[in-house]
Design a protein around this ligand. Structure first.
Ligand SMILES: [Zn+2]
Length: 252
């Protein structure tokens, strides 16, 4: 064998090894389920909270990379999301119109699914929010489950127990009327909860999501009254999201 041929074989073997190592690193993830928290999906933000707006291109890139990394998509109202291996849960808070016009086509294109937590008082409020028909259309797509983000988006910890009860029960009732389906998951406005809020929320819902202050994954012994999520902000590429998930750890 000539030296040149040997060099080619060694280079080829090294390349193959590199590709295999890359694939292994891409598909390896820590135990636990990431629950991703999104809001609006728009190229041009319509509020000053720009970080809450991912672009449609970013969302698509993230979904493509999640699939490359070997994740399957699960709904936020399905407890199996936290017991099966390699699941990811996509959630959207507030009930923006673009969840239907921008996010749904991306979910359809890539066979992904998501859960939209709707503020019932905002339904049909203006062009930025979903209407009742939109909520139903999302549910009818089969790729979106509807959850509650309370009736008026007040921070629940600052309300009386009676008002907490109203916020949580009224939105559930209205969403169930809109969709014709049981609504069993909710997310706390601003992520704020405490013992009493948690107790009242759990009397109406099976799974209650906080808004994250850190990147925790959901482990098998999770607390259904305070399930952690990971914020996905504007400017996050698909690869950056995967690297974030590799660094995240299960809370319980
Ligand atoms: Zn919110």
């Amino acid at each position: 064998m000539t030296k040149r041929r040997l060099a080619i074989i060694i280079t080829f073997a090294a390349l193959l090894l590199l590709i295999a190592a890359g694939l292994f690193i891409l598909r390896w993830t820590p135990c636990g389920t990431p629950v991703l928290a999104y809001h609006a999906v728009e190229d041009v933000p319509f509020t000053e909270s720009e970080h809450l707006f991912v672009t449609p291109r970013e969302l698509e890139d993230q979904i493509i990379w999640l699939k490359r990394a070997g994740y399957s998509f699960a709904f936020a109202d399905d407890p199996a999301a936290f017991t099966k291996e390699k699941q990811v849960v996509i959630t959207f808070d507030d009930g923006y119109k673009d969840n239907l016009t921008e996010a749904l086509p991306i979910l359809q294109k890539h066979g992904a699914c998501a859960t939209v937590f709707v503020v019932t008082k905002n339904v049909g409020k203006n062009d930025n929010f979903l209407t009742e028909e939109d909520v139903k259309a999302l549910k009818d797509s089969g790729l979106v489950h509807i959850g509650s983000h309370t009736d008026g988006h007040y921070l629940l910890t600052g309300l009386s127990d009676e008002d907490k009860e109203k916020q949580l029960s009224l939105s559930k009732k209205r969403l169930e009327e809109m969709t014709g389906e049981p609504v069993t998951a909710m997310s706390y406005p601003g992520g704020y909860t405490d013992d009493m809020t948690r107790r009242i929320a759990l009397s109406h819902y099976d799974l209650c999501y906080t808004y994250p202050d850190t990147n925790w994954l959901v482990g098998k012994n999770y607390d259904p009254g305070a399930v952690n999520r990971i914020t996905v902000s504007r400017g996050t590429s698909g690869l950056k999201l995967i690297l974030m998930l590799k660094k995240a750890r299960p809370l319980s």
